[in-house]
Every structure is written in structure tokens, then in C-alpha cells.
Ligand binder design. Structure first.
Ligand SMILES: N=c1c2ncn([C@@H]3O[C@H](COP(=O)(O)OP(=O)(O)OP(=O)(O)O)[C@@H](O)[C@H]3O)c2ncn1[C@@H]1O[C@H](COP(=O)(O)O)[C@@H](O)[C@H]1O
Length: 111
């Protein structure tokens, strides 16, 4: 797993286990619960889509990268809240390395 993701994962798990919601944003999300976390993921998804449209027009990807980081971060908090990890997602992506997206779709449609 990338060092950045591994480090962030560690911090997220520590905050979930022990941090004070008054001093930790991650702990405050866990304290507010799944619906609040999902609301943030939805919000950050929309902000990422809007940033992608702007990037397409302007040719400047800086806001898109910033918003995608917010989206990734909030999806990691969502996974952590439910007991899953970034490592689980990376393992799923790794599993798909030798399978084209079109092959995978054809397999799904056969089943
Ligand atoms: N990567 C992040 C990160 N990215 C975004 N954010 C926060 O996510 C929020 C983004 O949402 P908004 O802009 O919608 O903020 P808002 O309007 O204040 O949010 P709401 O009131 O709507 O909930 C901001 O408060 C950002 O600071 C993050 N907060 C924390 N981290 C990482 O998580 C670690 C632990 O953070 P704490 O739990 O705060 O110590 C940090 O050291 C960082 O590594």
C-alpha cells in the first residue's frame, strides 16, 4: 500500500479508537454517525464532479486534485466507520489487474 495511504489509515484508526470529537475532525464524524459521514461523501462527490467540469474548461486541475483528496479522505473515514480499510480496496483493485473491464462486465452478465 502507498506510504501515504498506510500512514493516513493508521491515523484514522487511532482517531476512531480514542480521539476526542472536540479536538479531532475524524472523531467528530464517527461521533455523528454513518448518516453524517455519508452526507459528507455525497457532498465531496458533487464538489469533485463540479471541479472536473471546471478543470475541463480551464485546463487547470488544481481544484480537481484538492476536491478528489477531500473525497478520498471522506471515503476512507466511511470505510473505517464500517470496519473496512483502504488496504481492502487496494486488494480488490489488485485482484482486477489481469481482467479487462469489458471481460469483467461480460462475466457478470453471464452469471
Ligand atoms: N486528510 C484529512 C482531511 N481532508 C479534509 N479534511 C477536513 O474535512 C473537512 C472538509 O469538509 P468541508 O470543507 O465541507 O468542512 P466543513 O464545512 O467544516 O464541514 P461540515 O461542517 O459540513 O461537516 C474540513 O474540515 C477539512 O479540514 C480532513 N481532515 C483530516 N485529514 C487527515 O486526518 C488526520 C486526522 O485529523 P483529525 O481527526 O482532525 O485530527 C489529519 O492529520 C489529516 O491527515
Amino acid at each position: 500500500m502507498s506510504d501515504v495511504l498506510a500512514q493516513l489509515q493508521q491515523v484514522l484508526e487511532a482517531r476512531k479508537a480514542a480521539a476526542d470529537p472536540d479536538s479531532s475532525y475524524v472523531a467528530s464524524l464517527h461521533a455523528k454517525g454513518l448518516n453524517k459521514i455519508l452526507e459528507k461523501v455525497g457532498e465531496e462527490s458533487v464538489e469533485t464532479l463540479l471541479a472536473a467540469k471546471d478543470a475541463h474548461t480551464s485546463g487547470d486541475n488544481s481544484d480537481l486534485v484538492y476536491e478528489t483528496a477531500d473525497l478520498w479522505f471522506h471515503t476512507l473515514v466511511m470505510l473505517s466507520h464500517l470496519g473496512a480499510t483502504a488496504e481492502d480496496v487496494l486488494a480488490e483493485l489488485a485482484r482486477r489487474f489481469d481482467l479487462s473491464g469489458l471481460q469483467e462486465k461480460a462475466q457478470r452478465e453471464k452469471n
